[in-house]
Design a protein around this ligand. Structure first.
Ligand code: HSE
Length: 403
């Protein structure tokens, strides 16, 4: 019998509870018959109508000091006290699994190191892509590859919002409210719409792929708040869509180029058809080529599915660390301004003659708004794009194009 705890009884925590209760037989088949018993749920709130009120505690020490508890799911979110609780559990020789990307992206190096030292596990499958298997495939199935590139739709809320704008002509605000009502959005929607959530997720994937810590603070991040319905219509006219992309490229020198940015994606890209709250992660390895991981990137049961699978894996590997880790190495991010060129889609009130003078060769797009010009540049670095657009009068939109 493996005794486990859930720390945090929000959307994901209650999903883990439901799965442990409803799929008990399925879970014990995966653990060779060892039953998983939920012993505690930690939350500061009261749940008077819960069918098992005796599982609840408000005191973390009940879990920490209980020798029977071998695994805890940290699904509290946020950095504190999630960090302190996770560290204490690992140091006490208990495994921890989590959906908390902020914690993994910030303190993952240290927590993975502690887990390794204590011969226990710190698993974080649900921290990227919700229910999509991506961490384990990258760590195990793709381990023979040098990863060359990762391009992902990593945030369900923004993908849902953009999709509502594209398909239903909804405004940004209405679509955001809708996403919040459906429980996709973070408590603070800024984390979603300003790209911070996607940034932490691409930092985790880039750290895993390179084996070296990629600090999310070093990733140039732009969200979708400036994307308008008109931009979306222009993209459609170019047989494309706009998606928020977490992007990482890995150089031979071990350096990583990474950005988070809304990008114009052509309809022949497999990422273009990823709709609603779905996420997709396109990984390019030097042996396997392109592989894409697709599924629900947010929501109660999809995320809880990944957390619960981690609980099962932790139970199966008790006192045996799977040694997932990355090294602490500062400055392994390439200078994002000049190390990669993209084509840019630009809308401006300037005239075609001036545009040609500044940008040279470019591809004009049919005007949808009278008085403005829209065009796609040749590949430019971020600095070149900034310098050239500064010469235009009245830039309405500047978006990278993913080729
Ligand atoms: N708010 C996140 C999203 C939840 O929308 O993708 C999953 O990390």
């Amino acid at each position: 019998m493996a005794k486990v705890a859930i720390m945090g009884y929000g959307t994901v925590g209650s999903g883990v509870y439901d799965i442990i209760k409803n799929n008990a037989d399925r879970l014990s088949r995966s653990t060779d018959g060892e039953k998983i018993e939920l012993k505690y749920i930690l939350d500061i709130r009261d749940f008077p109508d819960h069918p098992e009120p005796n599982l609840f505690t408000k005191d973390f020490n009940d879990i920490l000091n209980d020798d029977e508890v071998s695994v805890a799911a940290e699904v509290m979110g946020g950095l504190h006290p999630a960090y302190e609780f996770t560290k204490a559990m690992l140091e006490a020789g208990k495994s921890v699994v989590t959906s908390n990307k902020e914690l993994v992206a910030t303190y993952g190096t240290e927590l993975l190191e502690i887990a390794r030292g204590k011969n226990v596990n710190y698993f974080f499958e649900a921290s990227v892509g919700g229910g999509i298997p991506i961490i384990r495939p990258m760590h195990q199935c793709l381990t023979a590859n040098n990863i060359l590139k990762i391009a992902g739709i990593l945030n369900g809320t923004t993908n849902y919002i953009l999709n509502q704008m594209i398909k239903n002509g909804k405004t940004f605000e209405t679509a955001l409210k809708d996403a919040q009502n459906k429980g996709f959005a973070e408590r603070n929607p800024a984390a979603d719409i300003e790209g911070h959530d996607a940034c932490r997720k691409i930092a985790i994937l880039a750290s895993l792929a390179s084996g070296k810590f990629v600090d999310y603070n070093d990733i140039d991040t732009e969200g979708i708040t400036a994307v308008t319905l008109d931009d979306v219509k222009y993209a459609a006219a170019m047989d494309s869509v706009i998606k928020l992309i977490g992007y990482a490229e890995f150089g031979k020198d071990g350096k990583v180029y990474s950005i988070v940015s809304p990008m114009v994606i052509r309809s022949d890209s497999p990422l273009s058809g990823v709709d609603g709250v779905f996420n997709a992660i396109l990984v390019t390895g030097d042996c396997v080529g392109d592989v894409m991981f697709y599924g629900k990137g947010a929501g109660k049961l999809p995320t809880a599915s990944a957390v619960t699978a981690d609980i099962v894996d932790a139970v199966k590997h008790s006192e045996r660390s799977k040694k997932i880790f990355w090294e602490k190495q500062p400055d392994n991010i390439m200078d994002d301004k000049d190390s990669r060129k993209f084509r840019y889609f630009i809308r401006t009130n300037d005239n075609a003659e001036n545009i040609r003078k500044i940008f040279g060769k470019c591809e004009f797009v049919d005007n949808l708004i009278s008085g403005e010009s829209a065009f796609v540049t040749e590949p430019l670095t971020s600095s070149e794009a900034e310098e050239k657009t500064a010469e235009l009068c009245d830039v309405v939109t500047k978006l990278r194009v993913m080729d």
